[in-house]
Design a binder for this molecule. Structure first.
Ligand code: HEC
Ligand code: HEC
Length: 339
């Protein structure tokens, strides 16, 4: 009897063990599947979250990352016309005037994928630029200044911060929220006169009735940056292009009210106000010679306003639109359609 009972017991225990193992495996499998679904959903729904500044390491590399971030937040104090470390910027604008929240705001000209995507072919120069060259583009154009030495401590620090910020971005890749958010192109030219009325209503209280912004009392940086005039960005800056400017404005301005998920202006209003801000007849900007830009003419963006073009559309249409006919013509003729 005893051996039979022992045998039965051992048989039952084995069966039980198998059941437990099968059950566990099933649970783990269900768990995994569920987790996988969650990850997939996240990829679709969630914007890229940059690393928290509290995770910047406390070592020599971390010190450079922090310094780079500080320069990008307070550029005029270090490197503007009255900068304490060097004078490279030519006006009181800083990087943060456009690259909001130290370049971390979704759809707010952030630097999320900047490091992952350079070196990169740039059609404006017709050659491959490094990220340092690209930073200098912005020092020269929007800041109306002169290029920083690529091997300076300050440039290295700026690049170190951008690398840290984008360390979770796949090389050569993009992440949700890293670009400006698209807006609908109008069927008519954007209207600077309508834009002026919108400016007076939504923008004037900060950027001023003359668009010249408000300098801080220290006279070094702006509380509210100028939008045109001799202290503003050069023609040929990306912000001077209508569609790009409207995309930025729609999802980020008025500064205290608008965010990508709660814009204040409609697409149409953003285009009209951008047309007013960037109008060359009503407003002046620093002079710059644009004749050597875009050596390959057909690579000019749709909203690049400086002729000649490799398509039959006028300079005025490239400046104010409507852009859809240009887009369609270029597509039909195998030309780049970027803006
Ligand atoms: C007047 C607005 C303005 C200012 C000021 C400005 N930028 Fe930019 N910057 C832009 C725009 C617009 C782009 C183009 C973004 C695009 O193509 O969508 C850009 C692009 C860049 C890029 C490339 C990003 C990428 O992912 O491809 C870098 C890097 C950059 N800027 C750095 C700087 C730095 C550093 C400063 C300060 C020295 C600065 N910018 C000041 C408007 C500005
Ligand atoms: C509450 C104040 C406020 C209002 C209202 C406001 N802005 Fe701004 N704007 C800012 C600030 C501040 C910055 C710079 C961001 C920073 O320094 O962090 C800025 C930056 C900008 C820039 C990029 C920098 C530059 O000098 O070109 C543009 C373009 C711009 N605003 C356009 C507009 C337009 C168009 C409107 C109206 C639709 C508007 N803003 C309304 C405060 C404001």
């Amino acid at each position: 009897m005893k051996p039979f009972v022992t045998q039965l017991r051992s048989y039952l225990v084995t069966q039980l063990r198998i059941c437990v193992v099968v059950l566990c495996c099933t649970l783990v499998f269900i768990g995994c599947a569920k987790h996988e679904n969650e990850v997939v959903e996240k990829k679709v729904d969630t914007l890229f979250t940059p690393p928290d500044t509290s995770t910047i390491p406390h070592n020599a590399t971390g010190d450079m990352i922090r310094y780079g971030r500080e320069l990008l937040v307070n550029f005029p104090y270090y490197l503007g016309p009255k900068g304490s470390v060097g004078q490279y910027g030519g006006n009181g604008l800083g990087c943060q005037s456009c690259h909001l929240d130290a370049g971390t705001r979704p759809y707010g000209l952030n630097y999320f994928s900047a490091h992952a995507r350079y070196p990169q072919y740039r059609s404006r120069e017709g050659k491959i630029l490094t990220l340092g060259d690209r930073v200098n583009n912005c020092v020269e154009r929007p800041l109306n200044g002169k290029p920083m030495p690529l091997d300076s401590k300050e440039m290295v620090a700026i690049l170190a911060y951008m690398q840290w910020l984008g360390k979770n971005v796949p090389v050569g890749g993009n992440v949700p929220g890293d670009r400006l958010k698209d807006i609908a192109l109008l069927d008519r030219p954007a209207d600077p006169i309508k834009g002026k009325a919108l400016y007076d209503k939504h923008c004037m209280r900060c950027h001023g009735d003359d668009g010249q912004g408000v300098l801080k009392t220290d006279g070094i940086a702006y509380a509210y940056p100028p939008l045109w005039g001799p202290m503003s960005y050069q023609p040929g800056s990306s912000m001077h292009r209508l569609i790009k400017s409207a995309q930025f404005i729609k999802y980020n301005m008025p500064f205290d009210l608008a965010r990508w998920d709660k814009p204040v202006l409609t697409d149409e209003e953003a285009m009209d106000v951008a047309a007013y801000v960037n109008d060359d007849k009503m407003h002046t900007r620093p002079f710059v010679d644009l004749s050597n830009e875009y050596p390959v003419q057909k690579e000019k963006p749709l909203d690049y306003y400086h002729a000649p073009y490799a398509d039959p559309f006028s300079q005025v249409q490239h400046k104010y639109g409507p852009f859809k006919p240009i887009f369609d013509w270029r597509k039909a003729n195998g030309q780049p359609t970027g803006y």
